[in-house]
Design a protein around this ligand. Structure first.
Ligand code: BTN
Length: 275
């Protein structure tokens, strides 16, 4: 697989403003110009979305971008991607500040000092059982974070001041290349999950997952093929998708239980396409 990031000839389109970099990636694929590694970066994204179609709010100064990944994978083999992407974001931040306390919250949040600093959203363009493109969307709060949302932060708010969107975007892509190479070796896939687990937030602790309006409570045992494994008494729960909450989030859990979360990890877009 060719590199996502070629330092001699970066394949990046930079917009001053855009509705959503992932929407733009979809439009580019629709028009037949999708390419592996094509990166769309918006300095200001005005209608960004996150998992389950939630809004992703980002003021200018934060990083919002999407990168196209072309592969020959079948739908079955997609679970590894958010995990390798989380590792790449961590490695990129650590290049600027090797003391940053980065943790991962299943399935695809990056935390700094226990608060969300970045989110990852994968969308797939599928034809039959074959994946044509993955669209990896990343939002990283660099200079600010939206108010009124619990447990979010920015690099600046945590005293990491020396990172600019235009620098870290390329670092993330370079580290993604490293992990994509590793993940292409079936024998190395497990290594990616194990590396992720080293930084898993609250591994071994009690947590609640809300998945398709169901609440499951248990001890965070491990990750298996991207699934969250929770243990409650003698039962082992294998959870493919959902939102994770901790004891101190009890008020949020009550609210979230009333929201239909759906049951998809990947947003599958099956439109007529040229690619
Ligand atoms: C999440 O935490 O729910 C994932 C958030 C992903 C947001 C990014 S910002 C760049 C890309 N464009 C979007 O509209 N969403 C993703």
């Amino acid at each position: 697989m060719s590199l996502l990031f070629d330092p001699i000839n970066p394949n990046i389109i930079i917009f001053d403003r855009l509705d959503s970099t992932s929407n733009e990636a979809n439009r580019i694929i629709d028009s037949g110009y999708g390419e592996h590694g094509l990166t769309i970066w918006a300095k200001r994204q005005e209608a960004g979305h996150g998992r389950y179609g939630r809004k992703w709010l980002a003021e200018e100064g934060n990083l919002t971008f999407s990168v196209l990944i072309k592969n020959d994978q079948t739908v079955k083999n997609l679970a590894i991607y958010p995990f390798l992407t989380a590792l790449a974001i961590r490695d990129a931040i650590m290049e600027f500040n090797d003391l940053a306390a980065i943790k991962f919250k299943w399935p695809n949040d990056i935390l700094l000092n226990g608060k969300k600093i970045a989110g990852i959203l994968y969308e797939s363009r599928i034809s039959g059982s074959k994946v044509n493109f993955l669209i990896c969307g990343i939002g990283l709060n660099i200079s600010s974070f939206p108010s009124g949302i619990a447990q979010v932060t920015s690099l600046a708010a945590e005293n990491i001041q020396n990172i600019e969107a235009g620098q870290i975007i390329f670092k993330i892509l370079q580290h993604m290349d490293k992990y994509l190479k590793l993940s292409a070796e079936p024998s190395q896939e497990q290594q990616i999950y194990e590396e992720w687990l080293k930084y898993a937030y609250r591994l071994g602790e009690e947590l609640t997952v809300i998945s398709a309006s169901k609440q499951i409570k248990g001890q965070f045992e491990t990750i298996e093929n991207g699934n969250l494994i929770l243990r409650s008494e003698e039962k082992r729960h294998i959870i493919a998708t959902g939102d994770v909450f901790f004891a101190e989030d009890s008020r949020i859990i009550t609210t979230m239980s009333n929201v239909e979360l759906g049951n998809v990890t990947f947003l599958n877009i099956n439109k007529n396409k040229k690619n």
